[in-house]
Write a protein that binds this ligand. Structure first.
Ligand code: 26W
Length: 821
């Protein structure tokens, strides 16, 4: 329960409990306690406050036997939790007071909090926003994921190059988790299938000779915002089983046996850091199965607490697969129903498909998961049989409806055959689900029309859209406290529960006094970020310059190189004409590149090289600054986003499934310069096309260009500035001691055919930037549009998104948890 009302939590009580934890959990006196000890103790006070709600919530779900949703995801990019939890419990004031008695302030304690970076980017952060919304909307929901020992790597720059360092987030302990060894699950891999005679059922496939290991759950409470609901995120950690490789122990090879035991514990060692490329490692497949296997068992276990059989399983459980990474859930449910519960295939299939749903998050072909049949056969032999059986029955039905159409069969088959055979995980997920959704309007359309046209014709009603959203509790209330206070002051606090209420700000957009207050807050946020940059990177920043922000994973399709080309163009213009009148701009980049993504890593080096030159050139006279902030993560995003003037969302049209950073930035008053892609389109529709800078070729146009043998050189030949920029990249004019360092980038845009249409959009982008510049020179006009962006972004709350999932896909309803005494 939350404690704002009568029986309020007092500062005395918090202080007393924190001192108790300091003494009995940390073994410290106040005199010798470190900041971390104080953080730990305070975090435990907060945690203690939610235990009653946590148990009451589970109890209520059980007693009322409500339908629950299980969100299966290989990634949860949570960030820090302490401040969020304090706000959710509405104990900010007494906490500030209480911590004084521990000789520390809340902001220091919050800084000590531990960053849970268990995700790569958009997909993982979306999962975290969804947990927030599901708890805040009182939905019976669970997150299931993996407790990686090392989350996304820490990024450092050495001589401008990205270096990856391990993230040791668990090193000092993690106060938000509770280990639950009593719910440990066994997991089986490898082995073979034997057909063994069963007296009742005849010959039955039996999976034998497997290796067993264990999954230990760690639960993190997800506290609803000022409600009694406390849901949980259950993260599994791999352990060796005592019986693991008992055969080798028995052979007396003790050391090898212990080594192999180690192998089992490697399963949850590290998050795979590539985003949008499928590498196909055996260990990754085992990770995916590990998540699926123990989560599904746990779901079945919970179901059986109230039900003697599994007949109404689909009426009580919904499983949402976050991309195809957990798509083996389809085969695992079938295996459990058929092999372990002896259910007839057709019944099992009906329950499985009614239970499962699949969200697609990317159209990039290199990201679509396929696993070699040979590999699945070795790791999960029984699952491969089941996948074959699913495919066989599915293709039979396709053949009945479209006799003799072998091309169709080959396209929709779960098995791809080109030289060697692989399982197409997206096809498995589509066939095994009752709903398949894309994450923004255009994306869902392209998913239907371009990626899976045959599937969407076979299942016209399965494919739907649910546009992404973000939790405004983190991405406005928490990260931008001053703006939040101003909003509340003007329109009341209703927006915190219903973000659509922000529209009440609209009439204030032209109010000069309000504009002043609003822009003063933006200015202070910029000063704060500027100070941080000066302290950490020793680059002086002018808070009146336009803060031009591009923060997201580094990828060629996201086109950080396009804004770099613009930046180089501006620099070259200044060099040609040092006295020119140019709007002062601070380019802020932050991005991690997948460790094996060579072009992306080179681009980081390029941006850092340009930064060194531009930031020190006296001709520039401080009018351009380039900052590449290292180690982009959730907490850094929370500092950058409130300080942004301009939000760069310039992906190649048709490539960014949705984007969610675009929403966070606009909600905090940044104007967007963006392509007609992903959720940019819906943002334009909501804020009004006059309040956003849309530019560039649209997806249909690019599609047509590609079909008519697109030639990047045409653009090159017709644009002198473009030639000049490309030349600078080709020869590396930023560091003549290392010529040709960036030849690969140059080649990609020219000789290699410019797959992401940089050349086609370059001039259009520059034109749009010119409009940005002109508007920024009119502070009142800019302020008006900025306010209108904030006022009209309410629809992008993940509460709205989750509502759509709950209604259209899951069929679950909110249930309020009674107060506990
Ligand atoms: C198997 C390798 C791999 C790893 C991660 C393939 C694909 C992924 C993710 C699906 C990539 C991803 O994060 N996609 C992003 O999802 C966001 C949430 O829906 C969208 O807003 C982004 O546009 C999309 O790129």
């Amino acid at each position: 329960m939350y404690f704002s009302k009568d029986n309020a939590v007092t500062a005395e009580m918090i202080a007393e409990r924190a001192l108790f934890h300091l003494k009995y959990s940390r073994g410290k006196t106040l005199q010798v306690a470190t900041d971390f000890d104080k953080f730990w103790s305070f975090a435990h006070v907060v945690r203690d406050l939610v235990i009653d709600g946590f148990t009451a919530t589970q109890e209520e779900y059980l007693q009322k036997d409500v339908k629950r949703v299980y969100y299966l995801s290989m990634e949860f990019l949570i960030g820090k939790l302490l401040e969020r939890n304090v706000l959710a419990l509405d104990i900010l004031k007494p906490s500030i007071e209480a911590l004084k008695k521990l000789d520390i302030d809340l902001s220091t304690v919050i800084q000590m909090d531990i960053e849970a970076g268990l995700g790569n980017g958009g997909l993982g952060r979306l999962a975290a926003c969804f947990l927030d919304s599901m708890a805040s909307m009182e939905l019976p929901a669970y997150g299931y994921g993996l407790r990686y020992e090392h989350g996304i790597f820490r990024q450092e720059f050495e001589d401008g190059w990205q270096q990856e360092r391990p993230d040791n987030w668990l090193e000092l302990g993690y106060p938000w988790e509770m280990v639950r060894p009593e719910y440990t699950m066994p997991v089986f891999v490898y082995g073979r299938v034997e057909n063994i005679s069963d007296t009742r059922r005849g010959k039955q496939p039996v999976w034998t000779d497997w290796q067993m290991f264990k999954a230990v759950p760690y639960d993190i409470p997800m506290i609803g915002f000022q409600t009694n609901t406390v849901n949980m995120l259950r993260l599994w950690s791999a352990r060796a089983d005592e019986g693991f490789r008992l055969d080798v122990f028995n052979q007396g090879d003790y050391v090898r046996a212990v080594e192999e035991k180690n192998w089992a514990e490697n399963v949850t060692k590290v998050l795979y850091p590539s985003d949008n490329t499928h590498a196909g490692q055996e260990l990754r497949l085992i990770q995916e199965y590990f998540l699926v296997s123990c989560s599904v068992r746990d779901i079945v276990r919970r179901h059986e607490k109230k039900h003697s059989d599994l007949r109404d399983f689909a009426e009580k459980n919904a499983v949402q697969m976050n991309d195809t990474h957990p798509a083996l859930a389809v085969a695992e449910l079938m295996r459990i129903f058929c092999d372990e519960y002896e259910m007839p295939w057709d019944n099992a299939w009906e329950i499985t498909t009614k239970t499962c749903a699949y969200t697609n998050h990317t159209l990039l072909p290199e990201a679509l998961e396929t696993w070699p049949v040979e590999l699945i056969n070795r790791v999960l032999p029984r699952h491969l049989q089941i996948i074959y059986e699913i495919n066989h029955r599915f293709l039979q039905r396709v053949e009945m409806a479209h006799p003799g159409n072998s091309e169709l069969i080959q396209k929709v088959s779960l098995i791809e055959e080109n030289g060697h055979r692989s399982v197409r995980m997206a096809n498995l997920a589509v066939v095994g689900s009752h709903a398949v959704n894309g994450v923004a309007g255009l994306h869902s359309k392209l998913l239907r029309e371009r990626v899976m046209p045959e599937m969407s014709e076979l299942y016209p009603n399965k494919f739907i859209n649910v546009t992404n959203g973000i939790t405004h509790r983190r991405w406005l209330l928490k990260c931008n406290p001053e703006l939040s206070a101003l909003i509340t002051d003007k329109i009341g606090s209703g927006w915190i529960h219903n973000l659509k209420e922000l529209t009440k700000l609209e009439p204030l957009a032209t109010d000069k006094a309000f504009q002043k207050e609003f822009m003063a807050i933006k200015r202070r946020n910029k000063e704060a970020l500027g100070k941080m940059i000066e302290n950490d990177l020793h680059i002086p920043i002018h808070p009146d310059s336009l803060f031009d922000v591009q923060v997201k994973r580094l990828h060629m399709y996201k086109r950080q190189l396009l804004s770099t080309m613009y930046l180089i163009t501006l620099y070259q213009r200044i060099k040609a004409n040092p006295k020119m009148d140019i709007l002062p701009r601070t380019f802020v980049f932050a991005a991690k590149a997948a460790p094996g993504y060579h072009l992306a890593k080179r681009l980081i080096k390029l941006i850092n090289s340009v930064a060194v030159v531009v930031n020190h050139d006296p001709d520039v006279a401080g009018r351009l600054k380039v900052v590449f902030l290292p180690d982009y993560n959730v907490s850094l995003a929370e500092k950058i986003i409130p300080a942004a003037d301009l939000s760069e969302q310039i992906s190649t049209a048709g490539k960014e499934a949705s984007g969610t950073g675009n929403m966070k930035l606009s909600l905090n008053g940044a104007l967007t310069i963006g392509t007609w892609d992903g959720a940019n389109i819906e943002i334009a529709q909501h804020v009004g096309e006059e309040n956003i800078f849309i530019f560039g070729h649209r997806e249909e146009e690019l599609h047509a260009l590609a079909q008519n043998s697109y030639n990047p050189w045409t653009y090159y030949d017709n644009d002198q500035e473009l030639q000049h920029v490309l030349e600078a990249i080709r020869v590396n004019s930023f560091d003549p001691s290392q010529p040709a360092l960036f030849m690969d980038l140059f080649d990609d845009l020219t000789r290699h055919g410019d797959p992401f249409f940089y050349m086609a959009d370059y001039r259009l982008y520059l034109d749009a930037q010119e409009k940005v510049e002109a508007l920024f020179r009119q502070p009142e006009a800019w302020a008006e549009k900025s306010i209108l962006n904030v006022a009209r972004m309410g629809w992008f709350s993940s509460d709205r998104t989750i509502n759509e999932y709950a209604e259209k896909i899951w069929g679950i309803k909110p249930i309020s948890i009674p107060d506990t005494e």
